[in-house]
Ligand binder design. Structure first.
Ligand code: DOR
Ligand code: ZN
Ligand code: ZN
Length: 341
């Protein structure tokens, strides 16, 4: 029996354009999105060059218009020097928010100084999304509160972090958060098995961290894939970059969790559609739906994927629940297990 759901939103992807298109490009990345049930993705600014001013923004949006097969909106990146100028771009309809990297990860964007974090939260008029782990997360929540700004915490992965967010919400702060499928379904035990393929930022947590995310499911606004493709050669090379792909495995993993009774279907839709739409105030896509077969069995495998990197940390995992079709603005764009664009 087929179930119809709205076209899903992935609030955190890295489509690698411009500059890193050997890992992914707008065409392969948005095909992967459709094959994962996502019709709208929010793309991160840590590209080469990063998206941090008017010129890089307009260049990227021109590429999106030319190459993307689903809706793509973007974050701008905060640097140590662009707080005043980047804030002027906040009203652009395809800019969903400002992304601040408080810790080091893949790419050049990084804000080591407290003063620049404060400058950005003072000047950016909309939602600020943060890559913030541990103390950085506590600081971000505190500073956002001081300036009365909405804060979105990306890829929350630790027990103490989700507890802080719960507390901030209880106190009425405008704080929202997302978790990734890898932090919901993998732990440091899997990291030992997967080696460099499991390296990402934040790193995988303990079973207690993973269990705390599930125990605090009502505190979580979105599940976002943090689709961070790198080639297998890079991941197995001398200096593996952090990140794992996720666009095509997120929905089956969550449908499997529904099958196992760990999640209701309504909550799945909230985490992959209503939550991200609400957090970023996204427009509705007309005549846009997906169909899933909730009982279909299959095994997750890299060589069936549309992402250019064609591997997954969930290789070999049996799941129940599969995407059957995607209709985007009335047009069948995923039919009989194939992207049709
Ligand atoms: O693992 C990660 N990979 N974490 C990030 O924050 C960035 C991402 C990437 O761009 O590869
Ligand atoms: Zn991040
Ligand atoms: Zn990311």
């Amino acid at each position: 029996m087929l179930t119809t759901l709205p076209g899903l939103i992935d609030a955190h992807v890295h489509l690698r354009t411009p500059g890193q298109t050997h890992k992914e490009d707008l065409s392969t990345g948005t095909r992967a999105a459709l094959a994962g049930g996502f019709t709208h993705v929010l793309d991160m600014p840590n590209t080469t060059p990063p998206i941090v001013d008017r010129a890089t923004l307009l260049d990227k949006l021109a590429r999106v218009r030319e190459r993307a097969h689903c809706d793509v909106a973007t974050f701008l990146g905060g640097t140590e020097a662009n707080a005043a100028t980047v804030a002027k771009l906040a009203g652009h309809p395809l800019v969903v928010g400002l992304k601040l990297y408080l810790g080091r990860t893949h790419g050049p964007l990084y804000l080591p100084h407290l003063s620049s974090m404060v400058d950005h939260l003072r000047s950016w008029p909309g939602i600020v999304a943060v890559h913030a782990e541990g103390w950085h997360l506590a600081a971000a929540i505190g500073i956002a509160r001081l300036f009365g700004r909405p804060l979105h915490c990306c890829h929350v992965s630790r027990e103490v972090e989700i507890e802080l967010i719960r507390r901030a919400k209880e106190l009425g702060d405008r704080v929202t958060c997302e978790v990734t499928p890898h932090h919901l379904f993998l732990t440091e035990d899997d990291a030992r098995r997967l080696g460099p393929l499991s390296d990402m930022r934040p790193t995988l947590g303990t079973t207690a961290d993973r269990d705390a995310l599930w125990a605090n499911l009502e505190v979580i606004d979105c599940v976002a894939s943090d689709h961070a493709p790198h080639t297998l050669e890079e991941k197995r090379g001398a200096d593996p970059p952090p990140g794992v792909p996720g666009l095509e495995t997120t929905l089956p993993l969550l449908l499997n969790a529904v099958h196992e009774g760990r999640l209701s279907l309504d909550r799945l839709v909230e985490l992959l559609y209503g939550g991200p739409r609400g957090v970023y105030g996204l427009p509705r896509q007309s005549e846009t739906t997906i169909e899933v077969d909730r009982s279909a069995r299959h095994v997750l495998s890299g060589d069936t994927l549309y992402t250019k990197c064609r591997w997954t940390p969930f290789e070999g995992m049996p799941v129940r629940g599969r995407l059957v079709s995607v209709t985007l603005r009335g047009k069948g764009v995923y039919v009989n297990g194939k992207v049709r664009v």
